[in-house]
Design a protein around this ligand. Sequence first.
Ligand code: HGY
Ligand code: MN
Ligand code: MN
Length: 411
Amino acid sequence: MNVQINLNRLMGRIFALGEIGALHGGGVKRLALSDEDRAGRDLVIKWMEEAGLQITTDVIGNTWGVRAGFEDAAPVIIGSHIDTVATGGLYDGALGVLAGLEIIQALNDAGAVTRLPVGIAFFTNEEGARFAPDMMGSGVAQGALDLDEMLSVQGIDGKTVGEELLRIGYAGKASVLALRPHCFLELHIEQGPVLEAESLAIGAVTGVQGISWAEYVIEGQSCHAGTTPMVMRHDAGLVAAQIAVEARAIANDFGSPQVATVGMFDVSPGLVNVVPERAVLTVDLRNTCDETLKKAEERLNRAAEDFAVAQGCKVQRRSLARFAPVKFDLGLVGEIESHAKSLGYSVRLMPSGAGHDAQMFAPNCPTAMVFVPSKDGLSHNINEFTAPEHIAPGVDVLLRVVLGQAELVSQ
Ligand code: HGY
Ligand code: MN
Ligand code: MN
């Protein structure tokens, strides 16, 4: 088969995209709909144009480029995201988009004809770090999230999705559900320790665990740190800390795969000699079992109420994201596993701990993901790293699944 991946070209593009939003000391910050995100989008679209793709942008800024097939039919789509968290790496999301572009380029270089069109896509705000929830663009594109509701979401800096989409010039014309793939495939770094710990090359991903994000706002009363007796205090900071400790206790009591994270924690006025009158924290709970995740949510919410009452404070909970666990297409997962084996790569089935755009496509078309190892299991960290020799097997396997699904007619 002379459809050959050019690993150097792919790595060159990963590093070039990584220049956009590069942080001093390494890592990348390309928060959704920021100037850096716009620049990253512009660069990937330039590469899509150079590859001769038919490019579309939809009403929430999702963008895809399609290479014509022998038949004018639903395309095989390879997608992911190019937005990052504030302490992001070069590979989370970008690898999936640019590996798709590399596969397109390899098809072009070989003059290959596929029966079905093949396309690549990047989705708006996969991370959810600036605007919650995550997987926002792909969720809207696949009917899981309401467009108007998402356009009005206010970010951590007070701007709305709709305003920022217009500002960066990516409020497109294509409607929700305009992207209807034959199947959806995503290559992604594992972002955890499993493949590296087991010295495996490929993860054939069986699905994505359930995700629950909530914001807790606690209202207490500021008072003098020195003169106010402890029994008279309504300390919002204490209640927030108790909620944070309870979140960890839930993860410890439930055991793996239950995880709990307090990612944002803020007390005000935040002064050394003032008892906090207000506190805000976020709690990210995840589990592969939705029933258990619900139990974790219920226990945390009960505890939050009890802590607040005990301190004479008020607590408000706002849901920021709630996605049930998702299963990927068994046939496609099997193809990933068998291609990996026939190529001589070690492979295992595994669930995804992280959320991904693929999970939004799973209800609507056959969908699956390929994982490659993350060094030290690190991601959402500026030291995120996957060596080129660990990327290559993932692209190899993805290429074969794409060729199988799109059906190579000639080359
Ligand atoms: O939070 C997640 O799992 C993904 O990185 N958005
Ligand atoms: Mn990602
Ligand atoms: Mn991420």
